[in-house]
Design a protein around this ligand. Structure first.
Ligand code: GAR
Length: 204
């Protein structure tokens, strides 16, 4: 099975969906570690309960951003991942990290990119007044939520939504899309051609 490292900063419901999916050997992947940029979060507890190793690399423990970037790169590299999944990881991955793992790092984002990138996807969609938003799984590049798009799913905005209700509706769709997309990437292989991502359909 493909080796997954998950990075997160919060509750980790997307990570949980992946941990659950990986329990089935036919899924084709297993989570070899869960890493975070902070302690004491539910996402790390979920990993512990699943018997998966965890690590924490906090920015405040390093003199500057490049040192943190290097430390995170080393921590992840120790698990020899085939694919890295940023699932609610609320920091930008640095240049060293991307030099080492570029093309093997995906992120899940709670909006239909390129609309509403950044850390407040659901809030920004609500403020703008769109009637349909959704979620996007994409490869990570050096920009903010700007890498090649792998998969997207729509979610309606309802008249009485607030940020929390809208984000929860997005997350229920997002977990399914993430599990499906990671499964396809690891089982079928993929190719990134410019901004277009092709999954399967070729000899690996
Ligand atoms: C998810 O909706 C994810 O897309 C979002 O955080 C949530 C994490 O939920 N990420 C971002 O907004 C990144 N900018 P979870 O911790 O329950 O999986």
């Amino acid at each position: 099975p493909a080796r997954l490292v998950i990075l997160l900063s919060g509750t980790g419901t997307n990570a949980q969906a992946l941990l659950d999916a990986c329990a089935d050997p036919a899924y084709g992947a297993r989570v070899v570690a869960v890493g975070a940029d902070r302690d004491g979060i539910e996402g790390l507890e979920r990993a512990c309960k699943a018997g998966v190793p965890t690590f924490v690399v906090r920015t405040q423990d390093y003199p500057d951003r490049p040192a943190w970037d290097q430390a995170l790169t080393d921590a992840v590299a120790a698990y020899e991942p085939d694919l890295i999944v940023s699932a609610g990881f609320m920091k930008l991955l640095g240049p060293r990290f991307l030099a080492r793992f570029g093309g093997r790092v995906i992120n899940t984002h709670p909006a239909l990119l390129p609309s509403f990138p950044g850390v407040h996807g659901p809030r920004d969609a609500l403020t703008y007044g769109v009637k349909i938003t959704g979620c996007t799984i994409h490869f990570v590049d050096s920009g903010v939520d700007s890498g090649p798009i792998i998969a997207q799913a729509p979610v309606p905005v309802l008249a009485d939504d607030d940020e929390v209700s809208l984000h929860e509706r997005i997350k229920s769709v997002e977990r399914t899309l993430l599990v499906e997309t990671v499964g396809r990437l690891v089982r079928e292989g993929y190719r990134i051609e410019g901004r277009r991502v092709q999954i399967g359909g070729f000899d690996q």
